[in-house]
Design a protein around this ligand. Structure first.
Ligand code: ZN
Length: 159
């Protein structure tokens, strides 16, 4: 079957920044299983998958707008160090902190004695990303998966 809204796709991917080398790959770990059409993966990759079938491999280059968005200015914030609960911090580190908008990934810029400067841009914001994808299998999602907006079972949520 071809990939469409509410397909469950299991695939391997390698993502790199053109000219910068590999960022990460599922090859060293497990393939990813995602439910298509619910924002579980970046928009550009989701649309590149539609209409494809198990066994296909493809490459796609995705602009920041279709990936993690453009980098925005004024996203730096100073956070009291106590919020990091004693974690060892260094510039460049990715951390996740609860914010008013829920859990949020940020990058540590500068570590002070009592405060930490962080950048709230997504670490991949502003990056053009190139994906190398191999589609392993495609199936229809169950009604339960569609109502939960994620995959159950192998490579998905276990609950
Ligand atoms: Zn669920």
């Amino acid at each position: 079957m071809k990939i469409e809204e509410n397909s469950v796709v299991r695939f391997h991917y390698t993502v790199s920044e053109p000219g910068q080398g590999q960022i990460e790959s599922s090859r060293q770990i497990e393939p990813l299983s995602v439910l298509i059409g619910h924002g579980n993966i970046i928009a550009g990759l989701e649309s590149a998958m539609k209409g494809r079938e198990a066994g296909e491999t493809f490459e796609v280059t995705i602009s920041p707008a279709e990936a993690y968005g453009e980098r925005r200015e004024g996203m730096e914030q100073r956070v009291p160090r106590k919020h990091f609960k004693g974690a060892k911090l260094a510039p460049g580190m990715q951390v996740v902190l609860p914010t008013a908008q829920g859990q949020r990934a940020m990058t540590v810029k500068k570590v002070g004695i009592s405060v930490v400067d962080v950048d709230l841009n997504h670490p991949m914001a502003g990056k053009t990303l190139s994906f190398d994808v191999e589609i392993l299998d495609v199936r229809e999602a169950s009604p339960e998966e569609i109502s939960h907006k994620h995959v159950h079972g192998d490579g998905g949520h276990q609950h």
